[in-house]
Design a protein around this ligand. Sequence first.
Ligand code: C5P
Length: 399
Amino acid sequence: MGKNILLGITGGIAAYKAASLASSLSKKGHSVFPVMTASACEFISPLTFRTLTNNPVEVDMFTPPERHEVKHISLADKADLAIIAPATANFMAKLARGIADDLLSTIIMATRAKVLIAPAMNVNMYQDASFQKNLAILQERGFTIIEPESGPLACGYEGKGRMVEPEILARKALASLTVKDLADLSFLITAGPTREPLDPVRYLSNYSSGKMGYALAERAVARGAEVTLISGPTALSPVGGAENILIEKAAEMQKAVRKELAQHDIIIMAAAVSDFRPHSIKEEKIKKDQQKLTELELERNPDILTEVQKLKNSNQVLVGFAAESSDILVKGREKYQRKKPEILVVNDISQQEIGFQADSNAGWLLVQDEEIKISQRSKVAFAEVILDEIKQHTISRGG
Ligand code: C5P
């Protein structure tokens, strides 16, 4: 369900980044209520935020509200979360010292919601002793500071002071809104394809995008779990908050899984591991001087899931995936019995919009004798259902 997010924008050049933060939080189904300081309006127009959020943008303490209400109190009360991005040194100083002389500072003082603060300023201002003192006061009072990054600054300086990118802010905001119901669980997740080299420039692989495994890792992190992601090559960025281990070959994935296995409660094998690899990797690039290439000999790769099933202890929960394009349930059942994970996710890959590279998924969860149908939804929403089932499973086993 969508939450109410108060987005405070203060006067810095990074205010333009707040627009894409507002947009991505709105797109995720949350109601974003922008509140701008007068100097923020010098950098970016309130109209931008009104258009992106579909909500009125508040700037002034004294313009009458649409309904009869005390504006700063009603905004403070309805917020499930507040984010100040960018937060200037001046605004943070006011907050630290209890000065409430405009609408935003008043709201933040009045709200009981969690407040995330993303500072943005010149490196010398950031390092200034009085600013550092204010920062420490805010941290001590329970404000969550999202530390700026180092890099080239708009003022021409180089150093710490760049506001973190809006995607990272959005992720942190969403994580703050999520109940940490997986906080005492540790996950090992495999994702993506593997690549099996043929020669120095070619490989055998498959169309796996890694999106399902990454969605599982992201949602598990957001729900408080400790996550290690072992991934084959994908176009996706590493999952923030997780340990990301990148591999290429199935043998490397097997080695990484073996090393990690004992440290995790839940093992989800969402990777599309290549079933075969070339028997030998040619040292030289294979030449095209023949009409047919017949000497390509392949051998079976290890089945990592089957190995994990044998090595794991009885408290560890193993979740496997099966991608099927016909007789989905029958083939899924057969695989469930043969590979014996606790849960098998059976994916229907017969249609393009829910296939390998798609953003959506649909299928079934097999848990003992039960078959739970999951209708078509985004891979992120699909991941939530899988995690809910895993949680249920761990609870019912007394874990
Ligand atoms: O038998 P199939 O390849 O369809 O099984 C899919 C499941 O087994 C997935 O969970 C996949 O990650 C895992 N698997 C594996 N090692 C292989 C092949 C598949 O771990 N070599």
